[in-house]
Design a protein around this ligand. Structure first.
Ligand SMILES: Nc1ncnc2c1ncn2[C@@H]1O[C@H](COP(=O)(O)OP(=O)(O)OP(=O)(O)O)[C@@H](O)[C@H]1O
Length: 296
């Protein structure tokens, strides 16, 4: 394992009941990077994170945290974790929870720093059980930061957060990463992956089917999208050669094609009043759909 690798799965397979949740997964998380693990529901993202954390024992292969077994206490002290299900005592205040978790670490982050990073400063006296869903997620994020982690595991961290909280959260993650923290992130909000991730791993049915930077993942899909305002009908455009799909959204027509040039020529010829014409590469969502469809 390279000294730059902070967490690793090597040839990991895991069966859960009748499901092959992970099937020969190899992945490495490097120091100071944000690695987003993406894929449809049930693809194996949570199982992959749980295996890195030593909460799930692999049937084959191995997991490493800072080169050690994930159960190793010294390695565990260097991580922070925010899982989808957090069971915290409802009756304690946020301040009391922070005091408790900070007491596990020899040199914890100060309450003021943690509260500022997680946007919690005005919630310290509130009981955890009385917080809204989004506020509870912020409290869980704060708890994950107490031990000054070098590696943070964030499993769908912004579910339930409003737009402002989510933006605050993204800024905090960027600050932490700028100071050398690595992050493993799962999310179904692709704009979150686009905003934060240095690298993306795509899981489908327990296999890592694509890995790379956002542009590299997008570039795997040759498809382009033409968007315009036109009086032409969907059926008319759909009949042209090279047109893969057509969708109308209000006054906009979206045309999907791998060969935009001949489609554009046809479009400009068929409707000389066409307006607001745009051509763009497929987005991350379309790329992920295509990659997971191919894998299936
Ligand atoms: N304890 C379990 N027993 C049986 N099957 C399980 C168990 N836990 C998970 N699974 C199955 O393993 C597969 C992978 O689940 P996992 O939770 O890792 O997916 P995920 O990618 O995190 O999904 P989501 O996006 O919905 O959170 C799913 O088919 C799930 O139903």
């Amino acid at each position: 394992m390279s000294t730059d690798t902070v967490a690793q799965l090597a040839g990991v397979s895991k069966r859960l009941g009748a499901v092959q949740a992970l099937d020969g997964v190899d992945l490495s998380i490097r120091r100071g990077e944000v690695y987003a693990l993406l894929g449809p529901n049930g693809a194996g993202k949570t199982t992959a994170i749980s295996t890195m954390l030593g909460l799930v024992a692999p049937d084959a292969g191995l997991a490493r945290l800072f080169g050690a077994d994930p159960a190793d206490l010294a390695a565990r002290r260097r991580i922070g974790v925010m899982l989808q299900t957090a069971k915290l005592p409802d009756t304690l205040t946020v301040g009391e929870l922070l005091a408790l978790v900070r007491s596990y670490y020899p040199e914890p982050r100060s309450v003021a720093d943690v509260a500022a990073l997680a946007g919690l400063s005005d919630l310290l006296d509130r009981r955890y059980g009385k917080l809204s869903g989004g506020q509870q997620r912020r409290a869980q994020f704060a708890l994950a930061l107490c031990g000054r982690p070098e590696l943070l595991f964030l499993d769908e961290p912004t579910v339930g957060m409003d737009t402002q909280s989510r933006e605050h959260f993204w800024k905090a993650v960027r600050d932490l990463v700028a100071h050398g923290c690595a992050v493993v992130l799962t999310t179904h909000y692709l704009e979150e992956a686009e905003a934060l991730a240095d690298r993306i791993g795509v899981l489908a049915r327990g296999r890592l089917v694509a890995e790379g930077g956002i542009e590299a993942i997008r570039a795997r899909v040759g498809q382009r999208q033409i968007r315009c305002i036109t009086r032409l009908t969907e059926a008319c455009v759909q009949a042209w050669p090279d047109v893969r799909a057509v969708e109308r959204q209000g006054e906009w027509l979206h045309i999907f094609t791998a060969k935009p040039e001949p489609v554009l020529r046809e479009l400009l010829w068929a409707d000389t009043d066409v307006r607001e014409l745009e051509v763009r590469r497929a987005g991350l969502a379309e790329a992920l759909n295509e990659i997971t469809r191919e894998a299936a």
